[in-house]
Design a binder for this molecule. Structure first.
Ligand code: CTP
Length: 411
């Protein structure tokens, strides 16, 4: 199985499961963690076993599941000490009001609570419970104590709850939990920067039901937005219509349809940003005529001619007004990749251009992978072989980081 690009790769992760209905969702989390290359050790409380069985987790993780206080596997050391010694991160999911209360108040009466006390690695609590329990003074007071003691806490989501009510208390999605776990391992080397990313296709209307668009999936831009946020930057994502989940819930997302709307949004927000990365596939032309009614075909009509007029070149405009902001463009090419891309960089006054060969099968448009060449103002071209879009995003952000450092030195 190919491992995903992840900070969790090669890490020893302890997943503590406590007795809440959301315990069944933890199976999916363990599966995703192993897919990202983590070695997962599951520890279950007695109450967790009322909801799910150790066999499920042993099968998915490939490791024995600990559920009794005095188990002696993991070598000769006593179980909880041995496990907490090898761990890189611990996550408790779902975290019930009971486990929150116990750990906040120093109670260690089973394997999980004892292990939490014996470890110095980051510990993430993912609470899930009924809304009234979550909002109760006792739970909120205990959450406050956990935060004070340096534990990481995720806010529960809002929605339908297993008890038949609607409100705050849902387990965050598995994607959100994984992202938080990645976050904990990631160096915040872009902290203090505000990065604007554009992504996806624009759409130009022919009439109220038809449009001109392109095959951009938005994946590359969403990956850059996610990784930039993970590395500590504040991120604004201006995006055309995609079928992707928001990359994170702490990114400001502005949805647009046409190139003109994208231009307006970019011009409104670029001033507060130190870096602008334009991955969006902007339509170069739009329909000249505004057809307010659906165009009807004539009986003997074989051809329909559309008159198109040029859209604003957003990145070109930014190149003229960017001052000392870093401006990164993308170039989708089918031939003379480096020459055409470098020419665009110079014409549009960019600091970096990321060129990709869209004629190559299996990469680029719609794919989860990409292969790019990063070209800077001196014409230096660095080829980055085929990798996941997350990995490519990280390499691009490394190049941006180097430029930021250089600019700061020059000031
Ligand atoms: N771009 C833009 N506004 C446009 C067209 C493109 O901001 N109206 C940006 C894209 O987001 C990308 C870069 O310009 O970062 C390059 O886009 P591309 O369409 O490849 O460049 P063009 O200059 O339009 O060149 P050509 O279509 O001739 O390849």
């Amino acid at each position: 199985m190919e491992k995903e690009f992840s900070m969790l790769n090669g890490k020893e992760i302890i997943v503590g499961i406590t007795g809440g209905i959301a315990a069944y969702k933890t199976a999916e989390l363990v599966r995703e963690l192993t897919k990202r290359g983590a070695n997962v050790h599951v520890v279950m409380t007695k109450n967790a076993m009322e909801f799910v069985t150790p066999l499920t987790f042993q099968t998915i993780s490939g490791n024995p599941v600990v559920h009794q206080m005095f188990e002696l596997f993991y070598g000769s050391k006593i179980g909880h000490i041995a496990l907490s010694d090898i761990a890189d991160q611990m996550v408790i999911v779902p975290a019930t009001a009971n486990i929150i209360g116990k750990i906040a108040n120093g109670i260690a009466d089973d394997f999980l609570t004892t292990m939490v006390m014996a470890t110095t690695v980051p510990i993430l609590f993912v609470p899930s419970m009924n809304t009234k329990m979550w909002e109760s003074k006792a739970v909120q007071c205990n959450i406050g104590k956990l935060k004070e003691n340096g534990f990481e806490i995720m806010e529960p989501g809002t929605g339908d709850l297993a008890c038949g009510t609607h409100g705050k208390g849902r387990l965050p999605t598995i994607g959100e939990i994984l992202e938080k776990m990645e976050d904990i391992f990631t160096k915040k080397d872009l902290k203090g920067e505000r990065i604007l990313v554009t992504a996806g296709p624009t759409m130009e209307f022919i009439d109220p039901v038809r449009c001109i668009t392109n095959r951009s999936s938005g994946k590359m831009g969403y990956a850059i937005a996610k990784l930039a946020r993970r590395r500590g930057a504040e991120v604004i994502l201006i995006t055309g219509k995609t079928y992707l989940e928001p990359p994170r819930n702490d990114i400001r997302i502005i949805e647009i349809t046409t190139a003109y709307e994208m231009r307006e949004a970019v011009l409104e927000h670029y001033k507060d940003c130190s870096v602008i990365i334009k991955t969006a596939a902007v339509a170069d032309f739009r329909c000249r005529a505004e057809n307010c009614q659906k165009i009807k075909k004539q009986e003997d009509q074989d051809i329909l001619l559309l008159e198109l007029e040029k859209n604003p070149d957003i990145i070109g405009e930014l190149g003229r007004i960017k001052e000392d902001r870093i401006l990164v463009g993308f170039a989708a090419e089918t031939e003379k990749l480096v020459d055409h891309a470098y020419d665009k960089l110079k014409r549009k006054k960019l600091d970096l251009i990321i060129a990709n060969d869209v004629s190559k099968p299996g990469i680029g448009f719609g794919s989860d992978k990409n292969e790019v060449t990063i070209i800077d103002k001196t014409g230096y071209a660095r080829h980055v072989p085929e990798k996941s879009k997350d990995e490519i995003a990280d390499v691009i952000l490394d190049a941006v980081k180097r430029l930021l450092k250089k600019k700061k030195k020059e000031r």
